[in-house]
Structures are given as C-alpha cells and as structure tokens.
Design a binder for this molecule. Structure first.
Ligand SMILES: *Cc1c(COP(=O)(O)O)cnc(C)c1O
Length: 391
C-alpha cells in the first residue's frame, strides 16, 4: 500500500497552517458535511481514528459491562479492543470463507440473551451484507455497528458501504484508501445521535471551542460550556480534515484504479493452481450484490498450491516484493487468550493460508507481472506467454 497524494493535499494542509486554525474547526466541519453527503448519512462526525469511532459508537449505543458484542475474530484487533474499552465482552463468530465477513448464520450460532450489538466488518473492503444482518438483529433490538474502516468507496447494492447503518465507522490511516495520516469518521442514521457523538469526542463539552469562537465573533454575551458527562479527546485536526477533503474527491478515481489492478491480477494469476483471489461478494445464484474497493487484495493458497503461506511470503520478499500475511485473527493473539469461543474454521484457514498482494495506485504492468511470475514459479507451472518476458 502507498498513499496516493498530489500537490493539492500539500497545498490544502499548508493553507490550514497559514490560516492559524489548526485544531478541530471549519475544515473538520466541511469534511464531515462532504462525507455525510457522499455516504447519504444523516450526519458524520470526524474523530482521531476508526478505533475512537468504534469506542464512541459503542458508548452511544449504550453497550457496557455485562453486555456481549459479537465480532469477527478475523479482523484488525481494534474491532475487539473497542468492545473491551466499554467494559463489554467480545464474542467471536466465524466468517464466510468467500468474503471474510460475518453472516447471519455465523452470528446466530453465537448469539445469546446478553448480545447487545454486532460489529459487522467490511473486511479488506469487501462489503458485508448489512441488510441481511439487520434482518437478523433488528427484531431482537441488537444494534449493528458497521466497521467500514477499510470500505470507503465500496458499495452494497449500489449504495456506499455503511449507508443506512445506525453507526458506520471509517479509518483514514495510510493503510486504507482515503487517508489524512490518522483519522476516522462515524456516520449515523439519526441527527440527534451526531450531536451526542460531537460532545463525547470533545471532553463532553456542551459547546465546542469552534462554536464559542463563532459566538465571540458575533459579539454579545460570552457562551459558557458545561461538562454533562464523561467525554474523551478524540478530535481530528483541521490540517487532517483539509487533506481528507481533497482525498474524498479523489476516491472514485482511486477505487476505479484499484479495481482495474485487481482485475489484472485475476487474469494474470488465472493459470496458477490452488490460488483464489478475493472478489466482489455474490449471492447463492452467483450474482454480485456489492463491489469491493480492493483495499486488501488477498489470495487464499488452497491445497492445490504446493508452497506454504509463510514460505511464499519469504519467496516474494527474496524477489524484492512486499506482500503481507492475510487478515489477523484476534482469538489467536495473547491479548484474547482468555476469551472462550467455539470452532472458527474459516477464520483459521483464512488467517493462516492467505496473503495480501502489493497493490498501489501507480503500480505498473511490469510490477504486476513480476508478482505473478513468482506464483507461477512457486507452483512449478509455466507462466503464460508474456508474463516472464516482461519482468
Ligand atoms: C484499520 C482498521 C481499524 C482501525 O483503524 P484506525 O483508524 O487505525 O484506528 C479498525 N477496524 C478495521 C477492520 C481496520 O481495518
């Protein structure tokens, strides 16, 4: 992964610095408005990270000690950590091996009377089926929070991933498509929820610093803030928001380019036995119901592929190619060794036998051919004409 920046991002950041207002202010408000409009959400609240966004979403959803929250173990660890921040217990559910995402069946298998929420992750950008999950959860009052950290630019049934969720959370870390260094966003489906999130991200203040400044400029009586509940400092800076606004405008182009590169990998790697490349999610009839932004372009090494995952990563590294292990599984990490769980076979297969291919905006055909050539060589199969010749 490499962030894709142009001179516009540098200029936007410089302009924020020159303005003298660098903390949360007018650019954060503009970024929130643009983001909410783009998702089609009632409101969007910018925060310091997606982890902070998950913490606030769980807090506002009223999740706390004694509650269980169903999460995929197959996710970046922040998904499970956020559940512990509010004193609730993470319960690990398995995933669909095709998408890496929770399904109604895997959630039903672990749901109990104590289940208060489900964190539905769009893993690696592949949109999870929010509609199906809500059909399961809404009747019993279980809140579905969509961890769309990876999914800005993905779509579900033609709508942006996260649209329609009570809470959807996004990350702007450089590992994701849209980046401003660090940062996150929560989108919500009800405006009054946005107001509470805004207070909680800024120490629980009843009136933000930016609003007090605006009141001073209008003249009249000074506005005094009060602190009505425990809050946090989860603010985004105006420097970040200035960059984020430019990046949001680039998002359609970023997604189109990544999908083009992923399609090229699919063609290039088609002749390698035992290799499966992640793609758009499909229903039982084989019809795609969403589009991934290919934030992570992972391949599963199936039994027909003769080289083990870690050995393959080693081969790629020796060839100067930077790949990564597949998505982690929290239940295999020491921090979660104390959490009891049922069998998680798809999670364990995906985490142990998948790897993430290099993919970045400026990647060339020659570079993709070099990656493909390593897979053909590892499989002991002749590469199609042209693949090796162009390396
Ligand atoms: C990256 C990621 C996060 C954490 O995002 P930060 O902005 O780094 O806090 C959370 N969940 C998932 C699924 C992620 O991929």
């Amino acid at each position: 992964m490499r962030p894709w920046f142009g001179p516009e991002e540098a200029e936007a950041a410089a302009e924020a610095v020159r303005s003298g207002w660098v903390a949360q202010g007018p650019r954060v408000a503009a970024f929130e408005e643009a983001f909410a409009g783009w998702i089609g959400a009632a409101d969007a609240v910018a925060v310091s990270s997606c982890t902070a966004a998950l913490h606030l979403a769980l807090t506002v959803a009223g999740v706390g000690p004694g509650d269980e929250v169903v999460v995929p173990s197959l996710s970046f660890i922040a998904t499970a950590n956020a559940v512990r921040y509010v004193g609730a217990s993470p319960v690990f559910a398995d995933v669909d091996p095709a998408t890496g995402n929770l399904t109604p069946a895997t959630v039903r298998a672990v749901r109990t009377a104590a289940t208060r929420a489900v964190i539905l992750v769009d893993q690696g950008g592949v949109p999870a089926d929010l509609d199906a999950m809500r059909a399961l959860c809404d009747p019993s009052g279980i809140v579905v929070i969509e961890d769309a950290a990876c999914a800005a630019g993905s779509t579900l049934r033609g709508r942006p991933a996260g649209a329609g969720a009570a809470f959807a959370t996004y990350s702007f870390h450089p590992r994701k498509l849209l980046t401003c260094g660090e940062g996150g966003m929560v989108t919500v489906d009800r405006p009054e929820v946005g107001a509470r999130l805004r207070r909680l991200r800024e120490h629980g203040m009843s009136v933000s610093a930016a609003d007090r400044d605006a009141a001073d400029r209008r003249g009249g009586a000074p506005v005094l803030e009060s602190y009505d509940e425990l809050g946090f400092n989860y603010r985004m800076t105006d420097v970040q928001a200035a960059i984020g606004l430019v990046q949001l405008g680039r998002l359609p182009e970023m997604v189109a380019r990544r999908r083009e590169l992923a399609d090229a990998y699919r063609l290039l790697l088609a002749g390698v036995p035992g290799l499966r490349l992640v793609g758009d999610p499909v229903d039982a009839e084989g019809t795609a119901y969403g589009e991934t932004n290919h934030q992570a372009c992972w391949v599963l090494l199936e039994p027909g592929f003769p080289v083990a995952r870690d050995a393959m990563l080693g081969r790629l590294a020796a060839a100067g190619i930077s790949a990564r292990r597949g998505i982690m599984a929290a239940h295999l990490e020491p921090a979660y060794a104390d959490v009891a769980h049922g069998p998680l076979p798809a999670t364990e297969t995906l985490t142990r036998e998948s790897l993430i291919l290099p993919l970045f905006h400026e990647m060339t055909e020659v570079q993709q051919n070099r990656v493909a050539a390593e897979f053909y060589a590892a499989a002991g199969v002749a590469a199609p004409d042209g693949t090796e010749a162009r390396t």
